[in-house]
Design a protein around this ligand. Structure first.
Ligand SMILES: [Zn+2]
Length: 374
């Protein structure tokens, strides 16, 4: 997620915080310090309520982190690694390296989060009476309740919530992954719309903060459902396709000593490509794209060699020919580039793959659908 700061690593997983997390931290601390704790334990000072409020908010996010670790550690049991866990305004996301391909794995990975939160809620509930009547007891009671709500909300059977993933895993077996995703993302849109309507009603009833919060969560769910569905369709369209199947092998390369002016006249204007590998003899040294060329002022084109404008190979985005087309697309989107150099295990360039190559395959496979062997 953009706008995140890295906090550290837990059990080998990077934990980061998105800037929106601070908004939620403040909002939770405020509502605890000004509302919930004073009504439970009157006669304490404002400083004590604020300390309790901040502690409660931090521990709530620690609970969210434990929930995400539940997902991540279960995924690890199925040999799926987790890139990072990000805490943000509405909770947490564990970014797993790939989607489970077996519905049973998907089921357990999804169920592990709410199960962890429920277990935590139970433990906190048992501990709370031991500190009844003092701040620690109120904190424990609040955290028990919050973890229970965390589990309950996530169990709503609507994609991309955990409950939606669980339902999808159950439907997957009978309906196939596409229809199962279609149904659960449709439920995601229904739940999102219901939350937004509820939010509007809350605002009209004078409960403005609750209402705005519900609308934001509904909007977030709606975005998530749409994104998950598109991602699934892309994954489906690119199923079984590897980079080597679609890459261009007849690559037109430039020499590093060529001037930008010559490069534009003889390559960019003559051929249809927006980027060219730069080869020093047999050795691949970099890639130069239209974007790189535009960084050089027009009046300096005649004297600037390509090697000064190119992205050197060490920084260029490359991909192995055996990587799946979907992963290649994900890498391009993440890096914000339109093409990847295809380099084999010996470091030799064997081709180039572009976003338009991928889009072409997606369009063909989506339009021809079932008529293609897959
Ligand atoms: Zn979860």
């Amino acid at each position: 997620m953009g706008g995140s700061i890295r906090l550290g690593r837990i059990l080998g997983i990077t934990v980061q915080i998105h800037f929106t997390w601070f908004i939620a931290l403040w909002a939770v601390a405020f509502s605890l310090a000004q509302g919930i704790f004073p009504s439970q334990l009157p006669n304490l000072t404002g400083d004590v309520y604020w300390t309790m409020g901040v502690a409660g908010a931090l521990l709530l996010f620690a609970s969210v982190l434990v929930h995400e670790l539940g997902h991540a550690l279960t995924a690890r049991r199925f040999r799926i690694s987790t890139r990072s866990i990000t805490l943000f305004m509405f909770g947490g996301v564990a970014q797993i390296a790939r989607e489970p391909e077996d519905p049973r794995h998907d089921f357990w990975v999804a169920a592990a989060g709410p199960a962890t939160s429920l277990a935590l809620a139970g433990l906190l509930r048992l501990a709370a009476p031991r500190a009844a009547g003092v701040p620690a007891g109120a904190l424990l009671g609040y955290l028990a309740w919050a973890n229970f709500l965390l589990a309950a909300f996530n169990l709503i059977p609507a994609f991309p919530l955990d409950g939606g993933r669980i339902l999808r895993a159950l439907l997957w077996r009978f309906l196939g992954v596409e229809r199962a995703t279609g149904i659960t993302t449709a439920l995601g849109h229904v739940v999102a719309t219901a939350l937004i309507i509820l939010g509007v009603i809350s605002i009209l009833a004078g409960r403005t903060i609750n209402g705005v919060w519900l609308i934001l969560i509904g909007w977030f769910l709606d975005q998530g459902a749409g994104a998950s569905y598109r991602q699934m369709m892309l994954r489906h369209a690119l199923r079984g396709v590897r980079v080597r199947d679609i890459m261009t092998t007849q690559v037109i390369a430039m020499e590093p000593g060529l001037t930008i002016e010559q490069a534009v006249a003889d390559y960019f204007l003559r051929h249809k490509h927006g980027g060219y590998p730069v080869m020093y003899g047999e050795r691949l040294v970099g890639i130069v794209t239209l974007h790189d060329v535009k960084q050089v002022p027009r009046e300096r084109w005649a004297e600037t060699p390509v090697r000064d404008a190119m992205t050197p190979i060490a920084q260029a985005k490359t991909v192995r020919p055996g990587v799946s087309a979907y992963d290649a697309l994900a890498r391009m989107v993440q890096a914000g580039v339109g093409r990847l150099l295809v380099v084999d295990a010996d470091g030799e360039m064997v081709g180039i793959v572009t976003r338009s190559d991928l889009m072409h395959v997606i369009r063909m496979r989506t339009e021809l659908g079932a008529e293609l062997p897959s």
